[in-house]
Ligand binder design. Structure first.
Ligand code: NAD
Length: 260
């Protein structure tokens, strides 16, 4: 990744999946720039950026297009262009990540779709202009897009739309040699995940039933990201790649697992 420039959006702290991807790409020589969402997170992101000798390109709240424009202008100023983009952003009202999907409000449906799905397209529009020599874009999704998961609710619907947008963006941007992929990560204890009802149960269930009999780490997702963002993934686009200890192939509870 030496000589490659990447914008990483979605680091909140050192447990963030975006941080795992940042570490993996920086370890291979990439030059990174980080955004942060609001002042409280700036204080957490600055020391992490310093650890990787990464630039900070400012506050970005994807519900405010002016802040998206500003961080891309600053990225161009500081890095001169882009070779890859990491989008690791999602949000939904915690009250609706519990109970039944059928009770979702129109307001939270729209907000979840805007932040967790449309924002990838919004940043892809800006990133395309900075990827003069082609590039690679990556977002994060979850198996709840494909199958019902307890409490995942409207986020599952947003992730399904996000996965569809990966395919449409890949088709649109492929002629410019820009690849677009998603990693479908297994459950990991992060700030965003703590908003999901009964998340400890989901973690334990995966640990007992995934083929590898464990969950994945941000470093494992980071290495998968490294492959998709680098020359190693040059033939891959429009893909939703699972990094979940194999959980997505399981159709039934492991008969040897204890009851939860
Ligand atoms: P995290 O809390 O570390 O990261 C979520 C990020 O989203 C934060 O940096 C936050 O600032 C950002 N964000 C939220 N609303 C925003 C807004 N309006 N504008 C800009 N940024 C905003 O949690 P994470 O688990 O690392 O999440 C990263 C991505 O991975 C998300 O898309 C999440 O859905 C996905 N994912 C997580 C898991 C998991 O189990 N943790 C599994 C699969 C996929």
């Amino acid at each position: 990744m030496s000589g490659k420039r990447g914008l990483v959006m979605g680091v909140a702290n050192n447990r963030s999946i975006a941080w795992g991807i940042a570490k993996a790409t920086a370890a291979q020589g990439a030059k990174l720039a980080f955004t942060y969402q609001g002042e409280p997170l700036r204080k957490r992101v600055e020391p992490l950026a310093a650890e990787l000798d990464a630039a900070i390109v400012g506050h970005c709240d994807v519900t405010d297009p002016a802040t998206i424009d500003a961080v891309f202008a600053e990225t161009e100023r500081q890095l001169g262009g882009l070779d890859f983009l990491v989008h690791a952003i999602a949000f939904s009202d915690k009250n609706e990540l519990d109970g039944r999907y059928v009770d979702t409000t129109a307001e939270n449906f729209s907000k979840t779709m805007l932040i967790s799905c449309y924002s990838f397209t919004a940043v892809a529009q800006r990133a395309e202009k900075l990827m003069a020599d082609g590039g690679s874009m990556l977002t994060l999704t979850y198996y709840g897009a494909e199958k019902w998961m307890p409490h995942y609710n409207v986020m599952g619907v947003a992730k399904a739309a996000l996965e569809a947008s990966v395919r449409y963006l890949a088709a649109d941007l492929g002629p410019k040699n820009i690849r677009v992929n998603a990693i479908s990560a297994g459950p990991i204890k992060t700030l965003a995940a703590s908003g999901i009802g009964d998340f400890r149960y989901i973690l334990k269930w995966n640990e007992l039933n995934a083929p590898l009999r464990r969950t994945v780490t941000i470093d494992e997702v980071g290495d998968t990201g490294m492959y998709l963002l680098s020359h190693l993934g040059r033939g891959v686009t429009g893909e939703v790649h699972h990094c979940d200890a194999g959980y997505h192939v399981v159709g039934m509870k492991n008969p040897e697992a204890p009851d939860l």
